[in-house]
Design a protein around this ligand. Structure first.
Ligand SMILES: NC(=O)c1ccc[n+]([C@@H]2O[C@H](COP(=O)([O-])OP(=O)(O)OC[C@H]3O[C@@H](n4cnc5c(N)ncnc54)[C@H](OP(=O)(O)O)[C@@H]3O)[C@@H](O)[C@H]2O)c1
Length: 320
């Protein structure tokens, strides 16, 4: 597994990250098979994927407990990234709590659930207008001084917020939704991260499965994606037409559309890490192999034109 520095002169991490969120029942319902989830984390570590992403609100701590279980006896194999601040109850997002007093409470619970002394990358899941950025980032800076955190991260913020946060304390990584379907951040946020030397941890590479090539319209009645305009009516019909281009390119190249979606993110630069959800070991070989896929200039042009920023109709929870 290729390693990269996360951020300018930052820690060495794998080029591919493992997103653990979907192993837990974040929005209610049933989670994945726990034994298989733990085995997936361990198999990822065995394959050199050391970057693990979790959040204290993923399944109300369930996700951190899973990661903690997988890490028993091998803490040093992993670089652990934790988000905090999201308040979820009964499968519903109720808002944020970024008060310094809350952050101090959150981190102590996270450390216990993970069974570790220090979190490698600690990040507010969002910022808001309630608690000043200085207070949120300042609290994490204090936790770094105290040895409970190693590096500061941020998630889903604007270029302006990134600059502000970085002025309070150096930001190591920006976690952000980035894919062929989600490119408007190329205008200002990615350039700002590059200018500041902040690593880009890119999640939702498959755009909620849209780019996997497995979707058909309409989605099943109970599918959570029906809530997002991107997956509704004419938008979904149009979007799936664009995905046909990805499917035929994948067929020509002898790979899967998901691999192409991950490969495209991967080729955006050495400062960009595809962070991919996998809840079963069988996903690992396909997604690891995606890092070896290269594109000809013509193929890149086709993807760039088909999936130009704004080409995908409708939004998800990641409204830009
Ligand atoms: N900062 C934020 O706001 C934020 C928001 C969302 C997510 N995240 C983080 O980013 C990670 C990734 O995000 P995501 O889950 O939204 O996007 P994703 O990586 O695109 O995953 C979406 C789905 O793709 C499936 N998948 C994985 N490999 C596949 C393959 N080879 N073929 C077909 N399907 C495949 C996964 O299924 P299986 O699980 O069944 O393997 C998963 O359900 C999360 O785990 C979480 O850690 C952060």
């Amino acid at each position: 597994m290729k390693k990269i520095n996360l951020g300018h002169n930052g820690p060495l991490v794998s080029k591919l990250g493992l997103g653990c969120m979907r192993m837990s029942p974040v929005w209610g319902g049933k989670g994945q098979d726990e034994n298989e989830s733990v085995a997936t984390i361990q198999a990822a570590l065995d394959n050199g994927i050391n970057f693990l992403n979790t959040g204290d609100f993923y399944g109300s701590g369930h996700n951190e407990l899973l990661v903690g279980k997988a890490l028993k006896g091998r803490r040093d194999d992993a670089f652990i990234s934790v988000k905090f601040g999201g308040i979820i109850h009964g499968g519903r997002f109720l808002g944020l709590d970024l008060r310094p007093i809350a952050i101090r409470n959150f981190i102590d619970y996270s450390l216990v659930r993970l069974g570790i002394d220090t979190i490698d990358l600690y990040q507010p899941c969002r910022l808001d207008n309630v608690v000043p950025v200085e207070d949120v980032i300042g609290t994490i800076a204090d936790l770094i001084k105290e040895g409970k955190v190693r590096y500061l991260g941020v998630s889903e913020i604007t270029a302006e917020q990134l600059r502000k946060a970085h002025s309070v304390y150096p930001v190591t990584a920006l976690e952000i939704g980035y894919s062929l379907a989600e490119r408007t951040i190329e205008n200002d946020l990615i350039p700002a991260a590059r200018e500041l030397g902040v690593g880009v941890v890119a999640f939702a590479n498959t755009a909620e499965g849209l780019l996997s090539g497995d979707l058909a319209t309409p989605l099943a009645a109970g599918d959570y994606r029906n809530h997002f305009s991107r997956f509704q009516g004419g938008n979904l019909v149009r979007n799936l037409q664009l995905v046909e281009v990805l499917k035929s390119m994948a067929k020509e190249k002898g790979c899967t559309p998901t691999q192409l979606a991950i490969a495209w993110v991967n080729t955006q630069g050495n400062d960009v890490m595809p962070l991919v959800s996998m809840s079963r070991r069988s996903r690992l070989p396909e997604n690891i192999q995606a890092l070896d896929i290269t594109f000809t200039p013509e193929e890149l042009k086709t993807l760039d034109t088909t999936f130009a920023p704004g080409a995908i109709a409708g939004g998800t929870y990641l409204q830009r």
